[in-house]
Design a protein around this ligand. Structure first.
Ligand SMILES: *[C@@H]1O[C@H](CO)[C@@H](O)[C@H](O)[C@H]1NC(C)=O
Ligand SMILES: CC(=O)N[C@H]1CO[C@H](CO)[C@@H](O)[C@@H]1O
Length: 319
């Protein structure tokens, strides 16, 4: 091979191996752009929460969603005392119009919902194909109990090893929704500021997910973390996950065929109250919360003044 061609060949090999973890912006969602990128889902809560999901017109007219040039807020009603025999607390659930298989998504958040009875979630799934299309819970918890838990839920035949290269702690190892009451295969994050009041007091931070056919990983960087990668902080453009360091949670494909167990996913953001997780009496009581969960949600609207998400941006990247 002539040397000029040989050196081009060598260069292209070097470039393509670096490009393995480089992704380019597919959606840069900021401010009112959330209304373009997401559908509002005014559906009954599948997890039996004390919630009433409203449509977009209601969310906008009652200020449950609010956008400015550089922020998008999604919150629950915090002024209405509820009739215990009537509908639950008004809140919002949104699902992205676009669906992604292998991708990176970065959530730059200044605030997340907090308070007794709250069950917020930022997650990805295919609602029409659940559970065979899989589910990735990126940010989820109940009743202000941190730290954050990252969880996969799948059809049978997807498990993860106990020992993994991550900073979080492995919980269940079988991701099958039919096992252990649909607990999924979870990872409890080690970072104290990853959830709830501690997350908010610290100005929030960045959650990022990378899904390939070899692994699904989630990173969390608190707002003041000197290690937050420059491409994550910048938003848009491109990102190189090779430079992101050890993830908070990772799920390798060793004993889980990710391509088979995960369909193209929409990003879903929801805020419910009580229900199948937050509302379980022992769980609610162990959080140091008063009364019963439903009664607290019905009678204490002011307690939900901080039950809101504030997004600086969501960035989605594909390779
Ligand atoms: C709607 O919410 C935003 C953000 O919290 C707030 O700045 C604004 O004043 C609210 N508008 C009304 C009409 O309450
Ligand atoms: C009420 C509601 O929409 N609940 C969903 C919110 O997020 C979790 C993901 O963790 C789903 O499992 C719930 O169905």
């Amino acid at each position: 091979m002539p040397s000029a061609i040989r050196s081009t060949f060598a260069l292209s090999l070097a470039v393509s191996s670096v490009l393995g973890a480089t992704y380019h912006s597919a959606e840069h969602i900021v401010g009112a752009g959330f209304y373009d990128s997401f559908n509002f889902e005014a559906i009954p809560d599948p997890t039996h929460g004390r919630v009433n999901y409203v449509d977009e017109a209601t969310a906008r007219s009652t200020n449950l969603t609010f956008s400015s040039d550089d922020t998008f807020i999604l919150r629950a009603d915090h002024t209405t005392v509820l009739n215990p025999a009537g509908a639950g607390r008004n809140s919002v659930r949104i699902a992205s119009k676009k669906a992604y298989s292998t991708h990176v998504s970065v959530f730059d958040m200044a605030h997340m919902p907090q308070g007794c009875g709250t069950w917020p979630a930022v997650w990805e799934t295919n609602e029409a194909l659940w559970p065979t299309g899989g589910e990735t819970d990126i940010l989820e918890g109940v009743n202000d109990q941190g730290t954050n838990q990252v969880t996969l839920h799948t059809s049978p035949g997807c498990t993860v090893p106990a020992a993994r290269d991550m900073t979080g702690t492995a919980l269940n190892l079988d991701c099958d929704t039919a096992v252990a009451g649909n607990a999924g295969c979870g990872v409890k994050l080690s970072q104290a500021t990853s959830y709830g009041p501690a997350f908010n007091a610290n100005g929030g931070g960045w959650y990022a997910t990378e899904r390939t056919n070899s692994f699904i990983s989630v990173w969390f960087w608190p707002r003041n973390d000197p290690a937050v990668p420059a491409d994550v902080k910048a938003g848009g453009g491109s990102v190189d996950t090779d430079n992101w360091g050890t993830p908070s949670a990772t799920f390798p494909s060793t004993t889980c065929d990710i391509e088979e167990h995960f369909a193209a996913h929409n990003i879903i953001i929801n805020l419910t109250f009580c229900g199948d997780w937050a509302g379980q009496a022992p769980i609610y009581a162990s959080s140091g919360c008063p009364s019963t969960c439903n009664d607290f949600v019905n009678t204490n609207p002011a307690a939900f003044a901080n039950a809101f998400f504030e997004f600086n941006a969501i960035n989605v990247y594909t390779s």
